[in-house]
Design a protein around this ligand. Sequence first.
Ligand SMILES: *[C@@H]1O[C@H](CO)[C@@H](O)[C@H](O)[C@H]1NC(C)=O
Ligand SMILES: *[C@@H]1O[C@H](CO)[C@@H](O)[C@H](O)[C@H]1NC(C)=O
Ligand SMILES: *[C@@H]1O[C@H](CO)[C@@H](O)[C@H](O)[C@H]1NC(C)=O
Length: 639
Amino acid sequence: MRWQWQLPMLLMAMRLVHGQQATAEATTEEQDEAAKFFTRLYKRNLQQLVALRNESIEPCDDFYAHACGNFGALGQAPDPDDALPPFLYNLQDRMQFFQVQHENFQTLPGKLLAQLYGECRMRGQQHAHLEHMLEQVPFLAAHQVVLAGWPFLRHQWQRQQLDGQLNWIQLAAQLAAHGLPTLLHIYFAEQTIYVAPIQELPCPSQREFKASMSDVLTGRHAQVAHIVAHEMRMLCRGMRGELPLANSLTEGQRERQSTPAPGQEQLELDDNTMDYMQSFFSLLNFTEQELATARKLPVNVARITRAWSVLRQTEPRIVYNYVLWQAQQRLVYEDCFELATEFERLLHAEYWQWHVLAPQLTRDVALAMYQLHTTRFQQRRRSTLGSRDWYGHLLPASVERRELQVARLLQAHAQHYLNITELTSRYGQVHFKPYYFYGNLLQLRRAQLRHSFQSPYVDAEDVQQSAYFLRHFLHFVLLSLHRPMYHYYATQGLELWRESRLLQDTDGYYTALDCLERQTQQRYDVQQAAIYRPLSTHEVANVFHFHRSFQAALRDYRFWLQGERFVFAEQFVLQYFGLDEHRILFYAVAQQLCNRHDEIFAAQLNRGYMNMPEFQAAFKCEPEAQMNPPAKCMINRCE
Ligand SMILES: *[C@@H]1O[C@H](CO)[C@@H](O)[C@H](O)[C@H]1NC(C)=O
Ligand SMILES: *[C@@H]1O[C@H](CO)[C@@H](O)[C@H](O)[C@H]1NC(C)=O
Ligand SMILES: *[C@@H]1O[C@H](CO)[C@@H](O)[C@H](O)[C@H]1NC(C)=O
């Protein structure tokens, strides 16, 4: 097994290294284009790492200042691509890969997403956004002529008798059935219907409301913006419970009398909510059988009731204005890559089929690399789980096997979650109309919403679940194509440890609290203020957690280097830039923080680093150096 993938990996590394040396050699092979793209990024990454440093500041004096010292100068680089803040690297890589490859997608879900992305990019001028929306969304197009006069004032509404034509309940239900909830959030997990209030109902200040409508209101009297913004703001504040209800006494009494035990809440539907739900579900086209057997779970009924009683007391015209305003805001898509996040499952289904990745590396090799990357993490997780039995109950049986086979777990999960046969049949019913971005977008959102009714709930943020590792596996692959491996360990590898909370240790934290305080007392003076300033308990917790996570990530990196004898290739590349594999991770991690709350991170990062034997070994600080306190904290512990 080992040898089977060790060789291809080494070959890949050789190709990267080779490509870098030989960028001038012109070749006509098809894959060469892609290879050049990757090596260029790879090289730029290291160039930027070097360029960010301020060489006139010694690493042993103030590492953070040394590592980030030239950030300001770099920000003024003429090529905006070169001036990207380092902490955007990972997202940037995924974006670039998507942009370069989306036209080569081969699965149906992937092609839908790619087409939508292309149409999003071609929309042209943003100021025609609402116009296009009204033209392309079928249920808006039916009212296109009157909607040109949106937002509506009272006299307009009365004169044109819009009450008979425009219905806010219909509009809100139609939008919601197309994945755009505005007044009530109905969402699904496998055979379950949740009815919830809108979390974070949008409610900007009056000024922001006005600014957001400045495009559509050009040519109308300045008063219009003022009136409409005021009306909408009153509405959303009311719905959020920030204003007293007009008939608050009776409402309050009713609510109090019927306050049920938690979990037993009953949603009392008034005429409006009934209408809303009826339209909503008929648009989604579930079978009666499906609806009848599904579990129905209302969430936070009191808030729904309050919001909808405000709606009942509000002029329909104002509600209509507000609903359409939300739709218009939410469909702006200033950055079309948002689509890739919104329809991540489709994108990942495409990637998992490996069509666009195959020219770079095979899936087996990638899985093996990823397994290697997470090995130490999984070992630690196992031992932590073993020592905390109750914890194990929360995990599916498959995770409790002696050896954690990440690769196999991922494959099993992907086969279900990214089942291409299933996705193809579900999304096969979507029929895009060429160049109808908004119409197509809403169709795809509707299909996604329908699909969620058949899908088990997946929490991709939960480090205990396969979904988390599947997402990170794909990020890992894209990142490893773009960047030297150290970069992965410095970003996502580190994040893995930090988020897992596997390294938490109360005793260690209290020891660190004492020790770091003593360090402050011994070393703090006006010159060294930035480095040895007193830390709050919260900051100590961060330093402590960072210290441990960094060491874990550093060991992962070394484990990977040794495990694959990859050190040879890595050294070769790093040497060219005057770097080495002992120091590189310190830079890579520090530079993610450049120019973000410098005064906070400078102290935290420096205090973390100076107390690491690994840092002292890599930078060989003199005994009297600032970054080399005589007594180190956080180093006595049993692993
Ligand atoms: C680099 O550090 C030196 C010494 O602190 C400082 O004088 C100089 O302005 C820094 N360079 C940049 C580009 O910030
Ligand atoms: C709704 O479902 C019916 C039967 O299941 C089907 O014939 C019809 O095409 C569906 N309509 C839409 C818009 O999906
Ligand atoms: C994938 O989906 C198809 C069609 O829905 C189904 O027959 C098959 O069993 C699924 N495969 C897995 C591994 O779930």
